[in-house]
Design a protein around this ligand. Sequence first.
Ligand code: DAH
Length: 342
Amino acid sequence: MTHSLENIIKNLDKDINSLSVSELRKKYLSKNGILPSLFTDIKNIPSSERKEYGQEVNSIKQRVENALSNNTQRDTDTSVVEKIDPTAPFDLNTSQQKKPRILDMKGSSHVLMQEIGSILEIFQKMGFDILESRQIDDDFHMFESLNFPKGHPARDMYDTFWTDDGLVLPAHTSTMQNRALRKFGPPPIRVVLPGRCFRHEATDASHEHTFYQIEGIYVDRDISVANMLATIKEYLQEYLGKELDIKMQPAFFPFTEPDIEFIISCPFCDKKGCSTCGYIGWIELMGCGMIHPNVLTSGGIDPKKYTGFAWGVGIDRLTAIRRGIGDIRKLREGDIKFLNQF
Ligand code: DAH
């Protein structure tokens, strides 16, 4: 082994560990680099040592090439431009070491679908039917059948999207009340109506233009506010896995009388105040009330014989509370890292 070869081998480890990709490539592989000159020297090596020399040089070359392809050097050199694939899923280009996650990802249901599934399961156990709401509807189901006459100012509370031919993207699942009363009547009627809703409004951490709700209807003889409070409380305790205190607050909906805002004690801080409840200890969760006689009549139910209650709750809101999500817009961003948590 020649003296310089010995030195080169001695320094090789240090170089591999300390030089950047391009420095290493330049020092060993470039035209004036170490390896080409070692190869040129072969002809000057006595023939008895040539074989051993050749093996040593080849092994140096191999180690340099391995180091370059494994990319094990600290790459501090900005002149090295790594190829990126602009069509790849968003995080594939961030590190060469990372396995393409899309390939080993199994399909899974979206967290909102998981939540809807567990809520429906609770209501099924409580004896409720299920009917999905529509994603496009008409003025009669969105307003008229719910006791919003044409020109009623309360229509403004439900600003949504309309098609040119007068169809509407429903702003709430209450659009299904009339259909449910007709389909499941005569009473007893117990039905939950999950579905996608839309509102024409600016988004923020707790508002979206697209979201899910679950509507519930219960109609029978002698049904009162007490039945409503017990049913909703039971369902929420089962869903949130916690004993809850409840409060009622007046609200306004044309389709109920009385109209109630259903409030629960914060399941996370037991009314002490935390970030989930905005440090007030209580959460205004949903609208509910006794179904207005006009709504019952329009659904073919005689309000003198039967009474009932209804409620509508936002699933995105419930999901955010139960799963500790600070911003409901995350639910629709399609960020795989976020979604894989669930
Ligand atoms: N549809 C109402 C909304 O989205 C919520 C609601 C309130 C539904 C009272 C009901 C109800 O069924 O009785 O704002």
